[in-house]
Design a protein around this ligand. Structure first.
Ligand code: AMP
Length: 378
């Protein structure tokens, strides 16, 4: 039964076996709707967030089509290119390729900046079928001729809205210009602002459009409270709140890298295991911190907005805004880290007198007043 649900979509036996081994019994809605179209070679515009199963929706058909054409991986010349906004997301996609492709002999490499390029160049030299890349490092390797894009048959832009948010528009256009015109292109985005619609219009030919964006936005499922607290009392309040074991998997957001380190150190001193991630840490240190949190070894992850983008961690019970973000949109991104995949979650915001304006901006954007929490720092 397990195998047949995916095989009915046209997925080949070795891939079905890998999915069954992961206990994927039923295709998610985006998988059911995209896999058959992608196997037919159509372009796709997917409106979907992390948590919908979108990664398997594009990785599985690409693996199947690459395998069917039965070619050997060539030096420096991947046949599939998957672009992602952050290193973390690129690594996650690479992991998914390894898991779903375990019964196939497809080779992939993950290409991102902030680390030595040598292992990436070595993989490209050995030959890869799929490159998963962040735009900056890919362009860097392209200019050094360690990678060629003239053999790319499949292009995926994952989290395209985030890529534009992060200022990658020019890089993306440069990359797309280096690709063959004849290719299958897929674009995934959680939202559809006009710049994404424009990019889709340039990149895709007669795409199938699949929209699985939630009817009820995630923020509506998150219980949101605000604590009015003096900035000097935030630390005591955080420790006190963490005295409640119901806060079992918590992301604490700060505005600055420095703030993230400080809060993580304070928590460690208070006996709460915490990891911090922010842009100043090396890629390896960030991966280690994320793994520590994901595995449950650390109960708290302290993060800045940029560092937290694109990370998918399930089962986050609480998001705590130790400092309110100065951009209201960041608040929505932050609290979306809880209430993944239909679950509910709690977001607690610490607001000191200097942050009242930020709070007003957030309430205006989300269209609701946050409930004022009773607890204050003792
Ligand atoms: P994604 O939206 O691709 O980040 O996937 C979200 C989560 O759903 C990941 O942890 C996947 O391993 C999981 N997942 C994807 N497809 C299925 C499926 N058909 N059944 C169960 N879990 C799935």
């Amino acid at each position: 039964m397990t195998v047949s649900a995916f095989s009915e979509l046209g997925v080949s036996e070795p891939l079905c076996r890998a999915l069954a081994a992961k206990q994927y019994t039923t295709p998610t809605p985006i998988q059911a709707r995209t896999i058959p179209a992608l196997l037919e070679g159509k372009d796709l515009l997917g409106i979907a967030q992390t948590g919908t199963g979108k990664t398997a929706a594009f990785v599985v058909p690409i693996l199947q089509r690459l395998t069917a054409s039965n070619q050997r991986a060539r030096q420096f010349a991947p046949r599939a290119l998957i672009l992602a906004p952050t290193r973390e997301l690129a690594v996650q996609i690479g992991d998914s390729i390894a898991v779903y492709g375990r019964n196939l002999s497809i080779r992939h490499a993950v290409i991102f900046g902030g680390v030595s390029q040598s292992p990436q160049v070595a993989a490209l030299t050995r030959g890869i079928d799929i490159a998963v890349a962040t735009p900056g490092r890919l362009l860097d390797l392209l200019s050094q001729r360690y990678v060629r894009l003239d053999s790319v048959e499949y292009l995926v832009l994952d989290e395209a809205d985030r890529m534009l948010d992060m200022g990658f528009a020019r890089d993306l256009r440069k990359i797309v210009a280096a690709l063959p015109k004849k290719r299958q292109s897929l674009l995934f985005s959680a939202t559809m602002p006009s710049d994404i619609a424009h990019l889709a219009g340039e990149m895709l030919i007669n795409p199938v459009r699949v929209d699985v964006s939630p009817k009820e936005p995630t923020v509506q499922r998150v219980e949101q409270r605000v604590h009015f607290v003096d900035s000097t009392k935030k630390r005591a309040l955080l420790t006190r709140l963490l005295g409640n074991p119901a806060l079992s998997r918590v992301i604490v957001f700060t505005r600055t890298k420095h703030g993230a380190n400080r809060v993580a150190e304070q928590l460690d001193r208070a006996g709460v295991l915490a990891e911090a991630i922010h842009g100043n840490k090396s890629q390896n240190a960030r991966q280690r911190a994320l793994e520590g949190f994901r595995s449950g070894r650390a109960r708290v992850l302290v993060a800045t907005d940029v560092a937290a983008r694109g990370i998918d961690i399930s089962g986050v019970t609480h998001v705590i805004n130790y400092e309110l973000p100065n951009e209201a949109e960041s608040y929505v991104h932050r609290i979306g880290r809880t209430a993944r995949a239909g679950a509910s979650g709690v977001a607690l915001s610490f607001c000191d007198p200097s942050e009242r304006n930020y709070l007003r901006g957030i309430e205006k954007l989300t269209g609701r007043r946050l409930t004022v929490a009773e607890e204050t720092a003792a």
